[in-house]
Design a protein around this ligand. Structure first.
Ligand SMILES: NC(=O)c1ccc[n+]([C@@H]2O[C@H](COP(=O)([O-])OP(=O)(O)OC[C@H]3O[C@@H](n4cnc5c(N)ncnc54)[C@H](OP(=O)(O)O)[C@@H]3O)[C@@H](O)[C@H]2O)c1
Length: 283
């Protein structure tokens, strides 16, 4: 029997998860097919119901369905409950559980690929959308010293700063752009871009939220944007002499965590990263 796996979103054509997940399945000799499913919002419930079939391991979930799938599941784990979003569904004998591997993917990439230990460090987070929320929850768990949040819409940064403070960590909301942002960047150990600035086909694809002169050479600059692989912010970090990490690593590590839940096997990280990088480079 060939088992079924996949990712749902709307639209879904941009996703490279089928490429690197299929590479992982093939490399491990697992007889399963991972496909992309474009599912309209009104069809989410019936699609999730179909996952209870014995030949289905589960699926990944992406925008805009990460919240919408929740009412259709039998159980949602702590991470996904706190994030308010599910990116992985696992089918075990017809019972569906919801998980969120974005936070663990972010942290594993930070440590494994960035060589950065977050405990006790000062973080500047750019953005206050869905990805930023997951990153904040992950970093709060690691007891960073503070997380300042810069966002174009200040009210959203304030909401996230309150969430950070509820976790007992110092936090301030800052307008993006602005002089406060420049001052805060100067003392940051870790700068994480969770905005869509610099993203291909996004609202500001040629832009960078910080310039080289505003990035301390001692900081690690982590851009969640993975399309393109080399973003304008990563270019500015290189000019500043700062270490940097692109979003492809997080994408692969969050997918690897899903893979391990479905298959019970160790994910072949190098195979997945190679397939993901090639897929992005050929776009
Ligand atoms: N590497 C990975 O595994 C991974 C995982 C998740 C997301 N991501 C990437 O992270 C990015 C954010 O995703 P998301 O789901 O959090 O998106 P989202 O919820 O739509 O949030 C978008 C964020 O970008 C800001 N923004 C948008 N246009 C802007 C502009 N022109 N100037 C300044 N700020 C702007 C928004 O500010 P406002 O609040 O003012 O609108 C908001 O903070 C995307 O590029 C996505 O591909 C990567």
């Amino acid at each position: 029997m060939t088992a079924k796996l996949g990712i749902i979103g709307y639209p879904i054509g941009h996703s490279i998860s089928p490429v690197f997940q299929q590479a992982a399945l093939d490399s491990c000799g697992i007889a399963a097919t991972y496909l992309a499913y474009e599912v309209a919002p009104e069809e989410v419930g019936s699609f999730v119901e179909s996952l209870r079939s014995p030949d289905t391991y589960g699926i990944n979930v992406t925008v805009p369905h990460k919240e919408a799938v929740i009412p259709h599941l039998d159980e949602v784990d702590d991470w996904a409950t706190r994030a308010g979003a599910v990116n992985t569904i696992v089918n075990r004998n017809g019972r569906l559980t919801g998980h969120n591997t974005d936070g663990s993917g972010f942290l594993t990439a930070l440590r494994q690929a960035g060589g950065f230990e977050p405990t006790g460090r000062r973080v500047l987070l750019l953005g206050a959308g869905g990805a930023a929320r997951g990153v904040v929850l992950a970093l709060a768990q690691e007891h960073v010293a503070r997380i300042d949040i810069a966002n174009r819409t200040l009210a959203r940064a304030q909401q996230l700063a309150e969430l950070v403070q509820l976790n007992g960590i110092e936090s301030r909301a800052i307008p993006l752009p602005g002089t406060d942002l420049v001052a805060q960047a100067a003392s940051a150990d870790l700068i994480v871009n969770c905005t869509t600035i610099g993203m291909s086909h996004g609202p500001d694809e040629a832009g960078s939220p910080l310039s080289a002169g505003q990035i301390p050479p001692t900081a690690l600059v982590y851009d969640l944007v993975y399309n393109p692989l080399e973003t304008p912010l990563l270019g500015e970090a290189a000019k500043a002499g700062a270490a940097s990490l692109g979003g492809i690593q997080m994408l692969v590590y969050q997918g690897a965590a899903s893979f391990e839940m479905w298959t019970g096997r160790a994910a072949p990280i190098a195979v997945m990263l190679e397939a993901a990088t090639q897929a992005m480079a050929s776009r």
